[in-house]
Design a protein around this ligand. Sequence first.
Ligand SMILES: *[C@@H]1O[C@H](CO)[C@@H](O)[C@H](O)[C@H]1NC(C)=O
Ligand SMILES: *[C@@H]1O[C@H](CO)[C@@H](O)[C@H](O)[C@H]1NC(C)=O
Length: 315
Amino acid sequence: MNLRPIQSELFLSLQPLVLVLLDITPMMTVLEGVVMELQDCALPLLREVIPTDKEEVAFKDLDIAILVGSMPRREGMERKDLLKANVKIFKSQGAALDKYAKKTVKVVVVGNPANTNCLIASKSAPSIPKENFSCLTRLDHNRAKSQIALKLGVTSNDVKNVIIWGNHSSTQYPDVNHAKVNVKGKEVGVYEAIKDDSWLKGDFILTVQQRGAAVIKARKLSSAMSAAKAICDHVRDIWFGTPAGEFVSMGVISDGNSYGVPEDLLYSFPVVIKDKTWKFVEGLPINDFSREKMDLTAKELTEEKETAVEFLSSA
Ligand SMILES: *[C@@H]1O[C@H](CO)[C@@H](O)[C@H](O)[C@H]1NC(C)=O
Ligand SMILES: *[C@@H]1O[C@H](CO)[C@@H](O)[C@H](O)[C@H]1NC(C)=O
């Protein structure tokens, strides 16, 4: 995606876009169909769509790269083989970003295992700042927000500052200890508003953690609409910043965090974004319940990283 520089948020609705779509060669006719549909949307700001199967075309001078494609898990496939295939893909895309994209490119990884794929892409693109790589946990964030809103009968806009910590998997920790909800014009803590600690510490967390699987079970396909919406939210916030007093969840490099998460992990944290630069939200008190859950998901990511980095040298 190629975004021209914008002057201010006021011009948000005037931001023209050039979309570059990369896929593998056998998918080129399918991609033509996608191009037709994009044209048929009659989007006033969509200036050009460029379908391609060549990395040098796809990554040239990019402002934003959304890496959606990854090797999906097939029946009977070993986790290690899956990881190996993905390391290969993200090493190649990272190297292409390094070679062809702008050095200020913002890279968003969606394809699973998103956190580790993102770390591999970043390690394969040493000339692009690590901070400019992030992975999507906004879908989990939105799921958490929505579950709270549904429970209280308010809109999702009335809920803010939920946090997703860790991996985008069922070990992720949806944390509402610092979340606020607007009840009849008054901002209160979620625990105070819901008054049901056992739900918040039990079913709420499980529902968010297992939501992806629940959608697949019902639809026989994984989340599509909600994932697309989450990507839009994520990219919009990177480009235009987070609203005052609000933070969002993103998988980012853990270097320099103050939450005891090991360095050199792509871990989901609460962040605020301004001038296209994110910062950790600092100083949130972490209770024992949270600590345990944050460490568990960090452990999972550390193990996955170690295996992936081994593959990286041979990929
Ligand atoms: C981390 O999360 C991703 C995304 O859901 C998943 O594919 C991966 O298996 C998880 N890692 C581990 C080690 O479980
Ligand atoms: C990305 O890198 C640029 C420098 O190329 C830097 O100014 C910016 O703050 C970085 N973005 C984030 C999100 O940290």
